[in-house]
Design a protein around this ligand. Sequence first.
Ligand SMILES: *Cc1c(COP(=O)(O)O)cnc(C)c1O
Length: 466
Amino acid sequence: MATKQLTDSQKHELMSRLPKVDVVAADAALAGARRRLGIGALTNLVREAVRLEREAVLATGQAPSSERVLSAVLAAVEAALGRRARRVINGTGVVLHTNLGRAPLSSAAVAALTEGAGGYTSIELDLSTGRRGARGAFAEQALCHLTGAEDALVVNNNAAAVLLALTALAKGRGVVVSRGELVEIGGGFRVPDVLARSGARMIDVGTTNRTRVADYRQALDSDSDVAVILRVHQGNFRQVGFVERPELGELGALARERGVILVKDLGGGALVDLTPTGLVGEPVARSCVEAGAQLVCFSCDKVLGGPQGGAVVGDAELVNRLRRDPLARALRLGRLPLVALEATLASYLEGDLDAIPAMAALHRPLSQVRERVTSWGEQLGAKGIRSRIVELDAAVGGGTLAETPLPSVALVVETAEPNALARRLRQGAPPVLARIRDDQLLLDGRTVLPEEDELLLAAVVAAIES
Ligand SMILES: *Cc1c(COP(=O)(O)O)cnc(C)c1O
């Protein structure tokens, strides 16, 4: 029945039978939702469901249904709660998954957080003197040790580090950058936009695929007000073929010769050489400092394996200019990530890389991954769930080492409907993120954390049986 066929009195009669917002909101079936969302937010969801019901009734002439409204509200409640960040199991094979918060923290970092979060912390107090201390002093000293730099500064993330460096050193002046490095990292970080926001003037040189030292030299010759040469690590994409870029050391030499500052945006902050894991091509922060970059900016939650954060390491005089810039205060690292970063860096100082989950995941031998996934398969088999093992490539993720394969092993869970199973896993407790490839549901053994085996298997059983 269409609207026009309803008489006014029919409409009136139908509307009078619409469920009342406050009655639905008080329904016993919504007791849990009232507790978890609060009555205000729940009432808004109910109001919206009743509004949609009214539209549907007017459009079709059907009788209003309390059950339909209630189930719409329950679905909206699930959706609202699903938007809240929760602990999940990462079976995707992407070690540093940006949508999953990048690096999981070490137990030392978690312990430091647990201890520090609920109480007061001596974040800007030197307990040895009782006087005011510099915020982040331990982290900054550790970064100096680990990179060989004279000084270091920690901020909210690497985007903040780059923005601060360009603002403090080049506002109103020229920054020379290769056209091959005007990249987008994702999540809104585009080199030309960050440069513009810093107030610096971009001087792009070379071409997309080839830039030579002579291009930088020429730009410095023809522009008398250049402050910085910016070098950006091409982390999340790869150029192959007819490609040329100068070595960082060559740019370092040129910068010193011309009295300008070489700033390297390193992206991921590898503090150790990852070559032994088979991951070739991720530059180490120390080698950038040694190659002559006066400032090196990097993330703390990519290959470094810590909490969200950004670091700038390099020449003491320059780092100090950043520290004194008013923007530094706006971009400073929060208390909790700082506590977690200090614990993570302490593991590096102690040489205990296996304590850092992302490092452990990258370093874990393939044979160990295979053994573990085999055991998953056996345990699921005992419950009548069929699966098999495949070898494949995981990924580092987090805008690092694009295209560099990370050998891994995954369990293919046999199912006629991989997407439906993936959805049930995602909506389970705890949520499990699987990977779908070639119409198969895979659980990658490299990214599920060592202590999560039992939870994972229980979640798979629950999702299959539901
Ligand atoms: C990841 C990345 C950034 C941004 O770092 P965040 O810590 O995510 O802010 C900037 N530059 C490069 C080259 C990157 O790889």
